[in-house]
Design a protein around this ligand. Structure first.
Ligand SMILES: [Zn+2]
Length: 323
């Protein structure tokens, strides 16, 4: 009898141990699933904080400084490969009339050219110091070229092109077009490098520049992506807040781009993004198109389309400045 009771006690103990273990396992599995389910739906580049990309819904304030990483040196200046053929099926409403690249006249201050589109980060900083010496009557455009270097930004799904490269190509053409109209242009970068040793430092430096009271307008160039819906396409123009000079600037930009590119969204987007919030002058963010859309990914790499977009962006700036 005693033996039977002992056996029963052992059996109960064994059952309790099995149940306890099972519960632990199931908890572990559940927590795994919960973690996966809790993951936000990813869009391209969402791992990469982008102060200008509204699709990524990231904090717009620069996070606290992190310890410096080894300094980023200027990378090789090889130009990225570009697809020179137009896409097989260009997005509807986009007919590319290549306007070419305009010539830029000599500035009344020959030591300070209207436009500089290549150079190291040291050259960029020297250029900024130079532009600070211009008289108030000079019109200076802040042309913020998104990403660069270790921060490639969004990546094209089908070709692997980086946003940083497309931003630079388009911005260089925009600078040429603005310079042809007699505006001084300051590009935040003029080749494939970051403007800080970390993403935070990169953003901090851009923010400092945007706070300078020497610019008449600010234009930030970025590319968009929405992997969850690859049909979404078209340029979008952002300002900081409705009812501001920035909104008026954005409206002029939309009108100018619409004159030859019908895929641009007709409404102004307002968002609390660093590149439109920080400049002390009227500022717009131009998300030129979606690298997650097959046709637009190819279109945005087409130099003729880049030049057309650049010409229209410069026209929008000119219209706003002349008001
Ligand atoms: Zn971006």
């Amino acid at each position: 009898m005693t033996g039977l009771i002992a056996l029963l006690a052992i059996a109960i103990l064994a059952l309790v141990i099995v149940l306890f273990n099972k519960k632990s396992c199931s908890n572990a599995v559940n927590s795994g699933f919960l973690n996966e389910d809790d993951d936000p739906k990813h869009v391209i580049g969402s791992n990469d904080p982008d102060p200008a990309d509204p699709q990524t819904e990231l904090p717009t304030e620069a996070p606290e400084a992190t310890p410096d990483l080894p300094a980023v040196t200027d990378g090789p200046t090889a130009t990225p490969p570009v697809i020179t053929q137009p896409p097989a099926s260009a997005a509807p409403g986009v007919q590319i009339n290549d306007p070419g690249v305009p010539s830029v006249p000599q500035s009344p201050y020959p030591a300070i050219p209207y436009v500089v589109t290549t150079g190291s980060f040291a050259d960029v900083k020297a250029r900024l110091e130079q532009l600070k010496t211009l008289p108030k009557s000079a019109t200076i455009v802040l042309l913020d070229v998104g990403h660069g270097g270790f921060d490639g930004g969004t990546v094209g799904i089908d070709t692997g092109v980086t946003e940083a490269n497309i931003n630079l190509e388009i911005a260089r053409y925009v600078a040429q077009w603005l310079g042809s109209k007699g505006y001084y242009v300051f590009m935040t970068r003029t080749d494939d490098y970051a403007v800080g040793s970390t993403k935070n430092n990169d953003m901090k430096w851009r923010k400092q520049v945007m706070k300078l009271d020497i610019f008449d307008i600010s234009i930030s160039i970025h590319q968009n992506a929405l992997a969850s819906d690859r049909n979404v396409h078209g340029a979008r123009i952002y300002c900081y807040k409705k009812g501001t000079a920035g909104e008026q600037f954005a409206k002029e930009m939309i009108a100018a781009i619409s004159s030859e590119i019908s895929t641009v969204k007709q409404n102004v987007y307002a968002d609390n993004l660093m590149v439109v919030r920080e400049p002390v002058c009227p500022a717009v963010l131009i998300e030129c198109g979606f690298l997650s859309n097959h046709d637009e990914e190819l279109l945005l790499q087409n130099p003729a389309y880049q030049r057309l977009l650049a010409k229209l962006i410069a026209q929008g700036a000119e219209k706003y400045l002349n008001k």
